[in-house]
Design a protein around this ligand. Structure first.
Ligand code: UPG
Ligand code: MN
Length: 726
């Protein structure tokens, strides 16, 4: 770095122009909310239907709480820009810090090795000095098929890296590049790629690596060992596939390091899922390359911009920011969502809108992938850390990775027993104790005084896959919901501990994510209670002509409009916003409800399922339906029964309510809010009715689910009869 009074400006920050408006809105809205709550509370005592009034009060309190914590995200949203030209002038390539990349995979059948190795190739081909780059792959499935795919990828890298450099390729994930490139100059390398792909796919089909495919004695020895392994019981496996000091590409330039790791597993010790895998990677890489900067990636994503690491360095190399900087988070982007993003797969709020809000405070939460970390942050608090900047030029040892001493040490730290009696998972490394290890770890780092940065360049840096069936989406969301609740209800809860330890507003932000499950109560209550009451002609809200009505209308409209504005400001479309709000309702009565229930069961000793890896492969038929924008049901799932029941209740109530209102003078006015609510749910439930009664394809709602939903709806009407018949 240049010495002088003015350090080079590597990045800049702008506050969101909407901030003043947001703050005025906070003032107006909180007054309206307080008034509604006050009225609800005082009418409770004179209410003819005390049970429903209490349920509505509880829902409104929860809605008010969630609304209040959300304002923390709106307090100071910012946008940052990196200045790569300045970086290039200020820091020559040979002074860039070393970089370790971690890629996790867990199951060759759910995560096809060809796409996992393609993801790895996209980072091996980073525009970054190759001798400073090491890629470590963790295979929790301990699959010889995955290892084989990586051996092939290592061979292909010798051609791919110089090709990308020479042709200045921007899309460096070969799988994606060859789908779109028709440049005749890429013909030859495309053939090489296809040959590799066929080899890997044939191995997958056979389910084993045939002897004829192995070239050297050494390879034979490696795969022979495998015969006695199972994925839950095996010793550590570490294979150095590329070594920078030894392996050259076809042009004679050094290649990056590439290491395969499958940490030891034993049925007698708990492995902590992805968090455990990342901690093993932290230690093994610590023994080998020990780079000061680490990029964590899932195997279902790839890099779309080769200069992404340089962007992250704009922050890590800023002397003012760097002492407290734990990580630089890039957003996850999902090019595979269908036109209207029917399952809200972009999760705009989680991945784009909210991180910008946190970035103006102490920094975004960690989302598990596409994130550059400082290695120090996993071991110490910022006050006890040596400056990263002094560390960057310190060369790590030159001992080759494959030397006996290094490999021995690496095997030792990848064993099951290694963490026993240490602070791994509590104050060192990825934090254990939550299925959402990313949320938990980022939060705890913030508690220790670390900060983070949100880096969201024009060209998306990382592209990720998304689940494309409704059941997969909801299961994934249920896992997240359970994971964050484990943190929210722990002794380190953001609402009690975080608000003091990090900052008041940051504590609120983390509480919003941590308490997702609470949405299930207002969504269930507002999705059922007014509708059931409507059938029995019991009014629960002010009449349409009552001035109080306007207060409710204002709150509803302003919440929805503000959400829409946030969405459009992040380059979303109206239709995608509609899908997003519908998914929020759907999650409320499925993922959040079941996640919360599972947490409760866990407290009384009934174990919850672990980290169920999302499948990244789907039958063609399912993919086709997804692309056509059709909801995928097809299986008997408790989620669908819950959805079906609410959809049925709303349909019946709307029809009966309309008939009643038409018969009675002033009927519409009296029941306006309840009629509107059921109409709103009916419109949102359209894909469910379609799947129940109109569709014939494999993705339609199974008969059994429809029958159960109608039965349950009947039971609810009977309960409501007693509730409302005084
Ligand atoms: O025992 C396990 C389970 C999973 N994984 C890996 O973890 C990653 C994420 O798994 P996935 O099934 O794709 O889950 P998602 O719900 O899509 O992941 C999101 O949510 C996780 C937390 O629940 C975060 O860790 C991820 O970064 C985030 O993308 C994948 O690379 C897996 O291979 C392991 O390494 N070991
Ligand atoms: Mn994933």
């Amino acid at each position: 770095m240049r010495n002088g009074d003015h350090p080079p400006v590597l990045h800049t920050l702008n506050e969101d122009p909407l901030i003043p408006l947001n703050r005025i809105h906070i003032l107006l809205c909180s007054t309206a909310i307080a008034t509604v709550l006050h009225r609800r509370l005082f009418s409770l005592f004179s209410s003819p239907t005390p049970i429903s009034s209490s349920l509505l009060l509880l829902s409104d309190l929860l809605l008010a709480f969630m609304w209040a914590v959300t304002q923390a995200f709106r307090w100071r949203p910012v946008r940052r820009r990196e200045h790569l030209e300045t970086l290039a002038l200020a820091v020559p390539d040979h002074r860039l810090p070393n970089l370790d990349v971690f890629i996790c995979t867990a199951d060759p059948y759910k995560e096809p090795p060809i796409s996992v190795s393609s993801a790895a190739l996209s980072v091996l081909a980073f525009d970054y000095p190759t001798d400073k780059l090491s890629v470590f792959v963790s295979d929790d499935g301990c699959s010889d098929l995955t290892l084989f795919a990586f051996m092939e990828a290592a061979r292909f890298a010798r051609h791919w890296l110089p090709f990308c450099k020479e042709m200045r390729v921007l899309e460096r994930c070969p799988e994606v590049f060859f789908q779109s490139s028709h440049d005749p100059r890429s013909h030859e390398i495309k053939l090489l790629y296809q040959r590799m792909k066929e080899k890997i796919e044939s191995v997958m089909e056979k389910g084993q690596v045939g002897d004829d495919l192995l070239i050297s004695e050494e390879d034979h020895a490696v795969f022979n060992k495998w015969k006695s392994f199972t994925c839950s019981n095996h010793p550590p496996v570490i294979q150095v596939l590329l070594e920078s000091s030894r392996d050259m590409d076809i042009m004679g330039n050094p290649l990056p390091n590439l290491v395969y790791l499958s940490r030891e597993k034993s049925s007698t010790s708990f492995h902590h899922f992805k968090a455990g895998a990342l901690n093993a990677l932290l230690r093994v890489s610590g023994v080998m390359s020990n780079a000061p900067i680490i990029l964590t990636m899932d195997c279902d994503m790839h890099c779309n911009d080769p200069v992404a690491p340089r962007r992250a360095m704009c922050y890590f190399l800023d002397p003012e920011l760097s002492p407290n900087l734990a990580y630089v988070q890039f957003p996850q982007r999902f090019p595979g969502v269908n036109k209207n993003d029917i399952y809200g797969g972009e999760i705009m709020r989680l991945y784009q809108i909210n991180p910008r809000g946190m970035d103006g405070l102490k920094g975004p939460n960690y989302v598990g992938t596409g994130c550059f970390h400082s290695r120090h942050s996993f071991y110490r608090s910022p006050s006890s850390s040596p400056s990263l900047l002094c560390d960057l030029n310190e060369q790590t040892s030159d001992t080759p990775f494959s030397s006996e001493a290094i490999l021995r040490k690496a095997h030792e730290v990848a064993s099951c027993q290694y963490e026993n009696g240490t602070k791994w998972g509590s104050t060192i490394g990825m934090r254990y104790g939550s299925l959402s290890e990313d949320y938990h770890t980022g939060y705890r780092l913030h508690c220790e005084g670390w900060e983070s940065v949100f880096c969201d360049p024009e060209r998306p840096a990382f592209f990720c896959n998304i689940p494309i069936t409704l059941n997969d989406v909801l299961s994934q969301n249920k896992r997240w919901c359970l994971g964050v609740l484990e943190v929210f209800l722990s002794k380190h809860s953001p609402i009690t501990f975080g608000v003091k330890k990090v900052s008041f507003l940051m504590g609120l932000c983390y509480s919003y994510d941590g308490f997702w499950t609470s949405w299930c109560i207002p969504i269930l209550v507002y999705g059922l209670l007014p509708q059931l009451a409507l059938t029995y002609q019991i009014p629960l809200f002010p009449k349409g002509s009552d001035p109080w009505f306007y207060l409710h209308a204002y709150l509803f409209l302003s919440a929805y409009c503000q959400d829409l504005i946030d969405f459009l400001a992040s380059k979303g479309t109206f239709q995608r916003w509609w899908s997003d709000q519908r998914m929020w309702l759907i999650r409320g009565i499925t993922s959040y409800l079941f996640g919360g229930a599972q947490f409760a069961l866990k407290q009384i000793g009934i174990p919850a399922p672990g980290f169920n890896v999302t499948s990244k492969v789907m039958p063609d038929e399912v993919t086709r339906r997804y692309e056509a924008g059709m909801f995928e049901f097809g299986i008997v799932s408790p989620f669908f029964v819950s959805l079906g029941t609410v959809a049925m209740v709303n349909l019946f109530s709307f029809i009966i309510g309309m008939a009643n209102a038409a018969r009675k003078e002033g009927g519409f006015d009296e029941m306006f809010v309840q009629l509107f609510l059921s109409a709103f749910v009916v419109v949102n439930s359209w894909p469910i009715y379609e799947a129940m009664f109109l569709r014939k394809d494999g993705g339609r709602m199974p008969r059994r689910v429809t029958t159960m939903s109608i039965l349950l709806a009947g039971i609810l009407y009977s309960i409501a009869y007693f509730l409302f018949s005084e």
